[in-house]
Design a binder for this molecule. Structure first.
Ligand SMILES: [Zn+2]
Ligand SMILES: [Zn+2]
Length: 396
């Protein structure tokens, strides 16, 4: 009899997740074992992170470059007055672990467009966006597709907003939804290399803690369904949930998939390499890639690297950074003050005069994935030795 009672107790013991488990398809282990990336710790990001912490999502990786301002406090449950001036991601990570000590959260003060290796995305179950700009959304979209990971975008304005789910191979991606106006705005920003981060944040939109909690709530619910993919729950893949808080309308839109979309490139074969961007040189990678694919194989990057700048006056200088990060200031000739021209490259043979440079010296982020190509044959290689450094403190 005693034995019988003790079995019953262990079976029905209440813990803080027991009410969640009442949902028939719920598997708390899927949540505690999940790695979720949250990009942006603003109004939506705060609500996303709060929900993830409450639900017991095991690992939360939070990205934001900005600091907390007093104006954030009306829309950010995780921030207090005393946090003003501190980094948003760092405070959000601390508060998430306060809400639920079962979980771990780590802050990254990094630019999602340039500074996050594809291997990072590859290790996430789902990526959640709480962003305010198209360029970052497009970068996340391309990264997620390459390593075949779903991402969920959220956007709000005043009392309204929408949540969209993008799953590689299942309908439209973010780029498919982009209009001509979206592209114009992105290209306008790209052409203004001198814009500071502060200036880029201008054009602020009105946001509320109410619309952000509605939209972030939908985003996290969609994430839950994706984590329980074996339960065949209906998801919003390739679709958007639109919420108009003013008129109480809500509806689902299905986006047409563009057959010529540039973002649908999924890396078929990724090889884990004992490489690190701070140590591995172009020459070393080229050697390995030639060994794998043949003598005429080359190393390919997913970004253009500016190599040298030259001026009509004869002045020459080294650049070695992604073209995207190049500022007009760097192209001012130190000798005559005129604008210098520069060369750029995204493919290497390993025989370049600068082939002894490491990938880190080219501005390639840790845990990134590069490609080897020979004609139509292509294989992808990850800087896997960066894993420990990138995820420090989040290991089991
Ligand atoms: Zn697309
Ligand atoms: Zn000059």
């Amino acid at each position: 009899m005693d034995e019988y009672i003790s079995i019953d107790q262990s079976e029905f013991q209440e813990d803080k997740y027991s009410r969640l488990r009442l949902i028939p398809w719920w598997d708390q282990a899927k949540l505690s074992g999940a790695a979720i990336m949250v990009v942006g710790a603003g109004a939506i990001g705060n609500e996303l992170i709060k929900n993830l912490a409450l639900l017991g999502v095991g690992r939360i990786y939070i990205f934001d470059m900005d600091s907390i301002e007093s104006t954030n406090l009306t829309r950010s449950i995780l921030f207090r007055m005393k946090d003003v001036g501190r980094n948003k991601a760092e405070v959000a990570a601390e508060r998430a672990m306060e809400i639920n000590p079962d979980i771990r959260a780590k802050a990254y003060v990094a630019n999602i467009i340039d500074d996050v290796g594809l291997g990072f995305f590859r290790r996430m179950n789902v990526v959640l966006g709480g962003l305010d700009n198209r360029e970052a959304r497009l970068a996340i979209n391309q990264s997620c597709y390459r390593v075949n990971r779903p991402w969920i975008d959220g956007a709000i304005e005043a009392l309204s907003g929408f949540a969209r789910v993008f799953v590689p191979g299942h309908g439209a991606c973010y780029e498919c939804t982009m209009t001509e106006t979206d592209w114009k705005l992105i290209n306008k920003r790209k052409s203004c290399a001198l814009l500071t981060h502060q200036q880029m944040n201008e054009g602020k939109i009105p946001t509320t803690p109410t619309s952000s909690s509605v939209i972030a709530g939908i985003q996290v619910q969609e994430m839950l369904k994706l984590l329980h993919s074996d339960r065949n729950l209906p998801t919003l893949a390739g679709k958007g949930f639109v919420f108009n808080g003013l008129t109480h309308d809500s509806y689902v839109v299905e986006y047409p998939e563009k057959t010529d979309c540039m973002s649908h490139d999924i890396y078929e074969e990724i090889v884990d390499m004992p490489w690190s961007v701070s140590k591995t040189t172009i020459w070393e990678a080229a050697e390995k890639i030639r060994e794998d694919l043949g003598e005429s194989a080359s190393v390919e990057l997913d970004r253009e690297i500016a190599t040298y700048a030259a001026c009509g006056c004869g002045e020459k200088k080294e650049l070695f950074l992604p073209v995207h990060k190049l500022s007009a200031m760097e192209l001012v000739c130190p000798r005559c003050g005129k604008q210098m021209n520069f060369e750029s490259v995204h493919s290497f043979t390993g025989r370049e005069p600068f082939a002894d440079k490491t990938f880190g010296e080219l501005g390639i982020p840790p845990l990134h994935i590069i490609s080897g190509r020979k004609g139509m044959q292509i294989r992808h290689y990850e800087f896997t030795n960066d894993t420990q450094m990138v995820f420090e403190g989040m290991e089991d």
